[in-house]
Design a protein around this ligand. Structure first.
Ligand code: LLP
Length: 421
């Protein structure tokens, strides 16, 4: 469920009409609904009710400071994968005790920043990384709570680029090697083993892979405890999928996911951490664009938009589907046309959708991409020297620009031409 609905024939974000925002900030832009973000966080928090838990929002999904502040103010923890994300979470007012540091290649410099600012735990992904963290922690004279991310060799049955839990993926330590790695970690003077971490992939639409992975984590936890480790936390990762196509069956609900958590690891008495990103932010955002031209091609019509793959890369990168809707609801009964919906970037890959049916669209019409709140703005680039597009947050009847569109001058000013040239 989200808060983007038609009222009197106009698409709204909560109580604000999309054309009003377009009139203020120009197109294209991202718009996020505060009510949807709050609701999705709450749904996860409720799904784990009765268990000691912390929902650590995966910052990578949407790292706008306003989004982080909104969630942080509700008590969310944060899952970060870089010093940049760590500093964003801190800048949004989230205390270090609620920030977990994940990621397969943390540099010593990033570790130092997190340890100096305070961190709830570091999720280690390899033995060399463990030794590096020991070195940094010792140089700062601190002890760091750590988990080890294990790779359970489970097929998440999602797009291959976002599956992370198979043994061929670069993530985590093979679960078969975990006990040894825990032994080595526990022997480090500045590391304190607190738990086990796992994350098997993103946009999961089936609970079975979670059940399989969490069952392995439960077995491992018992072995590790028998080995003398104190395992008091389980970080179960993120990845629960969202409905990208209104016409498809919806993925399992957070409540069903919560039931799997209870069933597989509930008996262990551990504090549960989860790291949802997409499910919190995905359906809380739209990308709104304007048609520049409608071009008749050979046997097809192209809708050429002012947004492109550099603004929303998911279709080009993962063949991802986003529902695309007109901002002004069409008259009922109009015959649908088929459009290839594309951006102006000079690559054929700059295609958002092929043969998509829509009521007739004309130049200057506004159209909206649904489910663009996660992995949208954060993955944008300035390819083709197109400035990053602005982000807007709506809360009830108010809205604010939470990231402004840079001017061309600002974009150019970041480059420097050496004076010897
Ligand atoms: N925790 C870890 C360690 C992760 O690597 C990820 C996502 C998450 C949590 C959050 O997963 P989520 O709940 O959002 O599925 N750019 C891709 C998705 C990449 C996900 C990477 N890791 C996309 O647009 O589909």
């Amino acid at each position: 469920m989200d808060h983007f609905n038609y009222r009197a024939g106009l698409l709204h974000a909560e109580d604000v009409a999309i054309p009003e925002i377009a009139g203020t900030v120009g197109t294209p832009f991202y718009v996020y609904s505060a009510a949807t973000l709050r609701r999705h966080f709450q749904v996860f928090d409720d799904a784990l009710a009765g268990m000691d838990h912390l929902v650590c929002y995966a910052v990578k999904a949407n790292s706008n400071l306003a989004v982080l502040k909104l969630l942080g103010d509700m008590g969310a923890g944060m899952d970060v994968v870089s010093a940049g994300e760590y500093l964003r979470a801190k800048a949004a007012g989230v205390p270090g005790e609620r920030i977990v540091f994940s990621g397969v290649g943390k540099t010593r410099e990033e570790m130092r920043i997190a340890l100096e600012g305070g961190i709830r735990q570091v999720n280690l992904e390899s033995e060399p990384e463990m030794l590096a963290l020991q070195e940094v922690a010792s140089s700062l004279g601190v002890t760091v709570p750590v988990t080890i991310r294990v790779n359970p060799d489970v097929d998440a049955k999602t797009h291959e680029k976002i599956a992370t839990g198979k043994s061929e993926n670069k993530f985590g330590i093979p679960i078969a090697r975990a006990r040894g790695a825990y032994g080595e970690t526990a022997a480090q003077p500045n590391l304190r083993v607190v738990g086990v971490d796992v994350h098997i992939g993103s946009q999961l639409t089936d609970l079975a892979p979670y059940r399989a992975a969490y069952t392995k984590v439960a077995e491992l936890t018992e072995q590790l405890r028998a080995d003398g480790h104190e395992i008091s936390r389980l970080d179960l990762g993120g990845g629960l999928g969202i409905p990208y196509e209104a016409s498809n069956t919806a993925p399992p609900l957070p409540a069903d996911y919560g039931a799997v958590v209870r069933e597989t690891v509930g008996q262990l008495g551990c504090e549960i951490e989860i790291e949802p990103g997409r499910l919190i932010a995905g359906n809380a955002g739209l990308m709104v664009a304007r048609t520049i031209y409608v071009k008749q091609g050979e046997g097809r019509k192209f809708l050429i938009l002012d947004a492109a793959m550099n603004d929303l890369v998911r279709p080009a990168m993962y063949e991802a589907h986003h529902d695309i809707v007109p901002v002004i609801a069409p008259e009922p009964g109009l015959e649908q046309e088929h459009y290839d919906i594309v951006g102006p970037v000079c690559e054929s890959g700059d295609t958002f959708a092929k043969a998509r049916s829509l009521a007739p669209v004309g130049p200057e019409d506004l159209i909206a991409f649904r489910s663009a709140g996660a992995y949208g703005a954060v993955m944008a680039s300035e390819y083709n020297s197109r400035p990053l597009i602005p982000e807007v947050l709506v809360d009830g009847d108010q809205f604010a620009v939470v990231r402004a569109r840079p001017s061309y001058a600002e974009m150019l000013a970041r480059d420097a031409v050496p004076d010897w040239l």
